[in-house]
Design a protein around this ligand. Structure first.
Ligand code: ZN
Length: 255
């Protein structure tokens, strides 16, 4: 079977200024999608994008601005010490504690996404990894872990380090009694894993509430994971959503 052909081209950049602008645009659009899907919970939740030149700095949402109102010009740049070096609004302390350690531990990770979405946090209370009960859930087969060491809100770098250690080389962590966290080589990929992981939590909660779901066997789950769980597949899946949000809410691009 041939690979699925996408009408979208995987982006490549020669100028870091173009790459930065692209990442910031995707990041602002990602927040609009999080808002659309209802992933907000007050001021909680953050998505970060590593700067393409200052590799230990990342772009992130400012504390207290609603996902649904995020624009490129609202994003702030945070350095390795947690200081805001572009923008005039504060950073969420938990965003720095968690994301700085993930970006430091994983040079391949350009973006990380976390929020207190309802089905993710409900599933996280069970302290179990997702099972391969659907084709979509197979994207996470063998690629996610449960971080079951809940000690209150994450404000300490040390806890961020332990979360990054638990993540290992994977694409997602279920933070017990807290919510989901996903990573990717592009903003697009990290955000898609978050959206589809939230929906996979929802699907498993529904299936287990209704009965005793039958798992896809290990060989098929591993094969399906290779088909739907790669970084290009994750990037590709979200392109229609980005096209839609950019058309619906073009003000997100304001710089
Ligand atoms: Zn959180």
């Amino acid at each position: 079977m041939g690979s699925i052909q996408s009408p979208h081209a995987f982006p490549k950049f020669t100028d870091p200024a173009d790459e930065r602008r692209h990442r910031k645009q995707r990041l602002a659009a990602a927040f609009r999608l999080f808002g659309y899907f209802g992933f907000d919970e007050g001021s909680a939740g953050h998505i970060t994008a590593r700067d393409p030149e200052l590799l230990d700095h990342f772009w992130v949402n400012p504390l207290g601005r609603h996902f649904k109102r995020m624009r490129v010009k609202d994003l702030i740049l945070v350095n390795q010490d947690g200081e805001v070096v572009e923008g005039d609004r504060p950073v969420n302390a938990a965003a720095f504690a968690i994301h700085s350690q993930i970006h430091a531990a994983r040079s391949d990770v350009v973006a990380a996404a976390h929020s207190h979405s309802v089905y993710g946090k409900a599933w996280s209370a069970l302290r179990r990894p997702l099972d391969p009960i659907t084709q979509d859930a197979c994207a996470f087969y063998g690629g996610h872990v449960v971080f079951d060491d809940f000690t209150g809100a994450v404000f300490e770098l040390d806890e961020g380090k332990r979360i990054a250690h638990a993540l290992g080389g994977g694409k997602a962590v279920i933070l017990a009694n807290h919510g989901l966290l996903t990573v990717g080589r592009t903003v697009d990929e990290a955000v898609w894993w978050f959206i589809t992981m939230e929906r996979s939590c929802h699907a498993q909660l529904l299936a287990e509430a209704a009965g005793d779901p039958v798992l896809i066997d290990a060989d098929q789950a591993a094969k399906t994971s290779e088909q739907v769980g790669g970084y290009r597949a994750g990037w590709m899946q979200i392109q229609p959503l980005y096209d839609w949000i950019l058309e619906e809410q073009p003000d997100l691009l304001e710089e």
